[in-house]
Design a protein around this ligand. Structure first.
Ligand SMILES: O=C(O)CCC(=O)C(=O)O
Ligand SMILES: [Fe+2]
Length: 361
């Protein structure tokens, strides 16, 4: 018991590690040592030198994002998530009342699949549907650039899954059964966080909300490129640490489903975006390779022992309620509802109210 307590204290962290991705080939021993600490104790890291994610490529994407969000409000609203039951397209987060108000706007994407019919269950309608692409005459490069990014993110996720298998002593295809085989399903968005204004500076507690604090709920791994810093993670002592800005870097973090699968061996860490850190427009593009919605995630037998599981920090009652929903499909729907309350309150009023009654949103 004493030993466990000591180990947990030692495994706290004061900074988010930066790991050179090319070490995986050049010096696997050093790579996996760093990766183990990052994924088992921090839950977050920034990779540098991932082929295909060079600074120049990322800058082109952020230039396109600047064009996209610089368009007139009516143009953006015409591509709004309010048109899309799978919540693809544009939305604003700064006009929301209450705790979800955030100084940001965003544009959401997922696998381009036909919309299921109106009679389909809400979780499926939230999950599947076509993207809303701006007219090519308005933003000629946009679609191709985004699809290039998505295919690079996909390849990165396949590589990372293998690295995680190596860390966990699983066969290299040990995570494959959790992902769809016929389609590549993902969730992504371009986020635009507004810069700090004098009004926001009046904030108390050193925090102005770019994105509320959360752990990524229904995911294995989240990858993200950022144009500048602003993301913060909470260490085990509860202190907020800045995720460093690494040119050409990709931020990666563990989601709660992978934490569950590994009995807590890999940690999903609480994070948020703090606008107090954002002096100029900040753009990010997170990407999550979706797991099979219908697949219930349980700890793998080798991680099922309670002594292997690390206790987690910063328990959040809303997330605890969400995770206690037994049906994985319904849970995925509520997870999506709670992440995008502005749009889902309008598109799915009945389910939104149910989630509210359950204390999830
Ligand atoms: O944009 C960011 O920096 C954070 C995004 C994030 O946490 C998320 O999409 O889950
Ligand atoms: Fe997140």
């Amino acid at each position: 018991m004493v030993q466990r307590r000591r180990r947990r204290t030692e495994a706290d962290f004061e900074e988010v590690p930066v790991i050179d991705f090319t070490l995986a080939e050049r010096d696997p021993e050093a790579y996996y040592k760093q990766l183990r600490f990052a994924l088992e104790d921090v839950g977050f890291l920034v990779f540098s030198n991932i082929p295909g994610f060079e600074d120049g490529f990322q800058k082109e994407l952020f230039a396109t994002a600047t064009d996209l969000f610089g368009r007139p409000q009516e143009w953006k609203d015409a591509l709004g998530t309010a048109n899309s039951h799978s919540l693809r397209g544009y939305f604003r987060a700064d006009t929301l009342p209450g705790p979800h108000k955030a100084y940001a706007e965003a544009y959401r994407f997922g696998a381009d699949l036909p919309a299921p019919g109106e009679d389909a269950p809400f979780w499926l309608r939230l999950h599947e549907g076509p993207n809303q692409w701006p007219a090519a005459s308005d933003l000629p490069q946009f679609r191709e650039q985004m699809n290039t990014l998505f295919s690079r993110y996909h390849a990165l996720n396949l590589a990372l899954n293998q690295h995680i298998c190596h860390l966990l002593d699983l066969p290299s295809d040990g995570l494959d059964e959790f992902f769809p085989t016929k389609t590549i399903e993902y969730n992504s968005a371009i986020w635009h966080y507004f810069p700090l204004t004098p009004e926001m500076k009046k904030a108390e507690n050193g925090f102005v909300q770019g994105m509320h604090e959360h752990r990524d709920p229904s995911t294995f791994v989240t990858c993200l490129i950022q144009s500048r810093a602003g993301l913060q993670v909470q260490n085990h002592a509860g202190r907020w640490l800045d995720v460093p800005m690494v040119p050409g870097g990709v931020v990666c973090n563990i989601g709660m489903q992978l934490m569950k699968l590994t009995g807590g061996k890999l940690v999903a860490t609480t994070h948020r975006v703090n606008t107090l850190k954002i002096s100029q427009d900040r753009f990010t593009i997170p990407y999550v390779l979706s797991t099979r919605l219908e697949k219930e995630i349980r700890p793998l037998p080798q991680f099922a022992s309670p002594t292997a599981a690390k206790e987690h920090v910063a328990p959040n009652p809303k997330i605890a309620k969400l995770m206690s929903i037994p049906d994985p499909l319904v849970r995925s729907g509520y997870a999506r509802l709670s992440l995008f309350p502005a749009a889902t309150a309008k598109l799915y009023p009945k389910e939104f109210e149910e989630a509210h009654q359950l204390g999830i949103v």
